[in-house]
Design a protein around this ligand. Structure first.
Ligand code: SAH
Length: 267
């Protein structure tokens, strides 16, 4: 470039490269740190749960005759990060159900490939001693007869039907996938092709929710666990759906932000 010696320019380029690399390295370090933290949290949650078992609390002797089936047949549709997030979510589903006074049966199907690998290695295979939950590498079986098939409902935010209650002796399937909205109608289409009924949670009947009504796998499971406990959708939603998603509900951070905004306008 004009007005710059060859040497000075070379030096400049070197600096740019160095800065770029430093940023990359920092981001890498940050990500690693976050990952470590998430893993620690998952292990801690598992350990806390084992303590409860030892205390003899909730020995899962009696369970509500409702089955939640988490369909993990989407392993290769997720990035490593999303899969990591799903494994945390599964831990959450398990421990919230364990903690409930009215636990249901949980079945995890198509638990194979990389998700299982992660549970076997990073998560130290603790799931093998989890109780009240059943893991299967096989996909769930679709019954031949209408009568049996009608005892299954696949939950999907894209369904035209709305759940009013959870019924005894029914199986409710929840998609085990983190996709940040990348695959629309994924579970709705899967269920329809298997002639399985679908239904969405009655969110808009009880809440005004900002943004999309697609919840995470663990939130859907936790809402069902709460509903069985309280028999009250509104309270179940309010307790589980994060406040930032609930309209007219402001977090402290949002409040501070808003107040600061109006302050700077005033001055
Ligand atoms: N793109 C995915 C969404 C994944 S969200 C899809 O098309 O299915 C994870 C799972 O949570 C979904 O598969 C569904 O079973 C459940 N879910 C999320 N929001 C829901 C809602 N509003 N009502 C019922 N089920 C919901």
């Amino acid at each position: 470039p004009a007005g710059m010696s060859r040497n000075a320019w070379k030096k400049e380029q070197k600096k740019v490269k160095w800065l770029e690399n430093r940023d990359k390295l920092n981001k890498y370090k940050r990500d690693k740190k976050k990952e470590k933290k998430a893993e620690k949290r998952a292990l801690k949650e598992q350990n806390a749960d084992e303590k409860e078992v030892k205390k003899g609390r909730n020995d899962l002797g009696t369970r509500v005759p409702i089955t939640i089936l988490i369909d993990c047949g989407f392993d290769d549709m997720m990035t490593e990060k999303e899969r990591q997030s799903l494994s945390l979510q599964l831990t959450r589903c398990y421990s919230e159900n364990r903690r409930s006074d009215t636990p249901m049966n949980i079945r995890v199907c198509s638990f194979d490939k990389k998700l299982k690998e992660r549970f076997d290695t990073t998560m130290k295979a603790q799931y093998k001693v989890w109780r009240g939950i059943e893991f299967s590498e096989l996909p769930y079986a679709v019954p031949e007869s209408d009568e049996e098939r009608n005892k299954i409902v696949y939950l999907s935010s894209d369904s035209e039907n709305t759940l009013t209650e959870l019924e005894d002796n029914m199986t409710y399937i929840v998609g085990g996938i983190v996709d940040k909205g990348r695959y629309k109608n994924l579970c709705q289409n899967k269920a329809t092709s298997q002639k399985i009924k679908t239904a969405k949670l009655p969110i808009s009947e009880f809440l005004t929710i900002s943004g999309r009504k697609v919840l995470t796998t663990n939130h859907v499971v936790e809402i069902m666990v709460k509903w069985v406990e309280l028999r009250d959708w509104k309270r179940a939603f309010e307790e589980i759906i994060p406040p930032r998603k609930q309209e007219g509900f402001e977090t402290n951070r949002q409040k501070r932000k808003r107040e600061n905004r109006s302050k700077s306008v005033e001055s």
